[in-house]
Design a protein around this ligand. Sequence first.
Ligand SMILES: *Cc1c(COP(=O)(O)O)cnc(C)c1O
Length: 394
Amino acid sequence: MKDYQISRFCWLEFNMDNLRDNFLVLKKMVGPDVKIMPAIKVNAYSHGIVACGKVLEECGADYLGVGSIDEGILLRENGVNMPILIFASNLIQETANLYVQYHLIPTILSLEAARSFSEAVSEPSDVFIKIDTGRGRIGVNAEEFPDFFREVSQMPNLHVEGVYSHMAAVNWPDEGADYAVWQYSRFKAAMDAIGEDANRIPFRQLANTPGCIALPDIRMSGICPGRAMWGYSPLTRRAEHPELKAPLVSWKSRLVHVNEVTGGKFGEKYKAVKMDTPKRIGIMVGGMGDGISPKIAGGYVLLHGRKCPVASTVSLEHTILDLTDFPDAKPGDEIVILGRQGEEEITLEQRMEEWGLTVPRIWTEISAHLDRHYYRDGKLWAVAKDERFILNEN
Ligand SMILES: *Cc1c(COP(=O)(O)O)cnc(C)c1O
């Protein structure tokens, strides 16, 4: 691939057809009248915001929801032109100029912020208002929304394009959805209180991943799925649950060094190893600094299509493998930390359990500096290397 050469031998591989399919399966589920704003904050839950933004724009997403102005700018600089909402994470009083310059949509939480944005824009511009309906975190309290909405909509050049809220606890109705339904009732009361104006707000949205799947009645005119885009939902599987696929298919590395060492940290503590019993080890690129949990010690990775034990130590950049049963292993051999090799497979669920991590932490622990290789139709489509996004033009 032109303009790209692998230089750090620990990387991630994504099948972006799976991201497309996840989006399309949700689109089919909600139908043409419900808009979709995929939540791609935190570097698209670590999947790489530019690649995911581009694919979702192509799929026909209505908006993208991102966590920071920086993420919005990165998308713009890489040619993503669709509407981008910034979830509340900055002071609009101090950043309104950036919203204007990069055509980003602010989340309004206060009249002061609304005024600042109104003063900064020179033409009618979209804003979203966030309501707190029970997450108990960010937003204008649902009961205060009607007055707040009236004041904001009267400010020069402000157009309320969206109103949204975030959910706390969600489940299938027969597994306990009372809290979610209560949140929805607060949202709905806030909308009812502004009468006909509510129908003129294009994006009215409360439903996250489990919300949009388990509770069709709360979808209103929009949904905002995050985890579903990456193939995950916390709900128990039933017939009405859409089939989701993980775009993150592999986390790979290579052996860079093979040696027979005398001594080393192969137990709880360093122990003297007799000179006549050297241990055959291999060095895999990737350690704690890359997001590999120290709990992998005593576990395994895949090498030559078989389980290869991790000798009990993980450092910041490397992991030591026990090659006792791999006499043919040599520098350059490919290692799988997550994904399939030959007949063997290590799943995300398995790693979550072994490393004691939940979604989305299993994703966000993975270091941003690992190269990300993106495949579409089975072919390498693009690579993200640090903040650079490089299309494979061949
Ligand atoms: C992250 C986020 C979502 C997506 O939540 P998931 O449960 O991952 O689908 C939805 N809405 C808001 C406001 C968010 O910040």
